[in-house]
Ligand binder design. Structure first.
Ligand SMILES: [Zn+2]
Ligand SMILES: [Zn+2]
Length: 321
């Protein structure tokens, strides 16, 4: 069952998998503790866009009642991690896409290529509206709306992957049929996204320079989790959206003191988590290593007084009140 990894050691009831030597800095709990029944967040990809020997680009699974019910993003490398997680495509209630930077969506075609062979039921999938009105976009679209994005990929006549027209309902083409939802990133109040199979999902637009981007909040019977995605942390509405979540995942791309127009620096990540009064902060989309990573986490802990988890690929964190 864990043939793909070199060795496994039982420690205090948890199965700890020893990763290949070039990934020895990380040990991760196996998918089996994710699927134990308790609502659990599993990180499929804990990096952003830079090459990393240990981390895939951004992607997350939410396990509810022992099944992987929600997938958030599918960055490069997440396709492999999905396989390693032992999640089933047929169990997913929905997919939420935060934005259309490649480190969040580039494995989507690979993920859907043979999806019709693994799932018969339509797959609900959601993503952002186009973002002309996003303040830093200054009237220019830097990404199409999510429906147009999928058409450009999978349209049976004009798409880059026209062979996957089944995703958009074409006959004799590959891909499970998608039920596509576009969420308005400019709406100031949260949008209702999905309800069913143990999930109640809402979304809200977050500031990520000129790129229209969504954060997702999920309520389950065990507790709530917020997937922040990439953001500058400059819109106070987000802390309200994430208020009292049991788990908040924030992205930590930059080292201490680095000014980046796309990403919050660590102190801002900590401030947002503290303002939102969340039960646990997971930092992911990690763009630093070694001493810089340690300093970034220390900066967060100066501001955020709750527990902090440094994300790693395939890591599982229970969601509880
Ligand atoms: Zn990113
Ligand atoms: Zn981004």
């Amino acid at each position: 069952m864990i043939k793909h990894l070199p060795s496994a050691v039982a420690l205090g009831g948890l199965l700890v998998l020893a990763m290949p030597t070039n990934a020895s800095a990380h040990s991760t709990t196996s998918s089996h503790s994710c699927a134990a029944g308790q609502t659990t967040v599993q990180i499929l990809g804990s990096a952003g866009p830079r090459f990393d020997a240990e981390r895939a680009s951004s992607s997350y699974l939410l396990w509810v009642g022992g099944k992987a019910r929600m997938l958030v993003d599918m960055g490069g490398g997440a396709y492999l991690r999905f396989g390693q997680s032992n999640a089933k495509l047929s169990d997913l209630a929905m997919v939420g896409i935060s934005h259309l930077h490649p480190d969040h969506v580039s494995d989507l075609p690979a993920f859907l290529w043979l999806s019709h062979a693994m799932r018969k039921e339509t797959l609900p999938i959601f993503g952002p509206s186009a973002g002309k009105g996003v303040p830093s976009a200054r009237g220019i679209d830097y990404a199409p709306d999510f429906k147009t994005f999928l058409s450009r990929l999978f349209d049976p006549n004009t798409g880059a992957f026209m062979v996957m027209g089944g995703t958009l309902g074409a006959k004799k083409r590959n891909g499970v049929r998608l039920d596509v939802g576009v969420i308005d990133v400019l709406k100031s109040e949260p949008s209702a996204v999905f309800e069913g199979k143990g999930l109640k999902v809402t979304a809200i637009g977050i500031p990520h320079a000129n790129m229209p981007t969504l954060a997702y909040r999920v309520e389950t019977s065990d507790g709530s989790v917020v997937f922040s995605s990439d953001q500058t942390g400059t819109n106070p509405t987000f802390a309200k959206f994430a208020k009292n979540a049991n788990v908040l995942i924030m992205h930590m791309q930059t080292p201490v003191g680095a000014k980046n127009p796309l990403h919050a620096e660590p102190a801002v990540v900590g401030r947002v988590a503290q303002e939102a009064q969340v039960g646990r902060l997971i930092v992911s989309h990690i763009g630093t290593k070694g001493a810089k990573l340690k300093a970034a986490v220390e900066d967060i802990k100066k501001v955020y007084k709750g527990p902090v988890t440094v994300g790693a690929d395939l890591q599982c964190t229970p969601v509880m009140r």
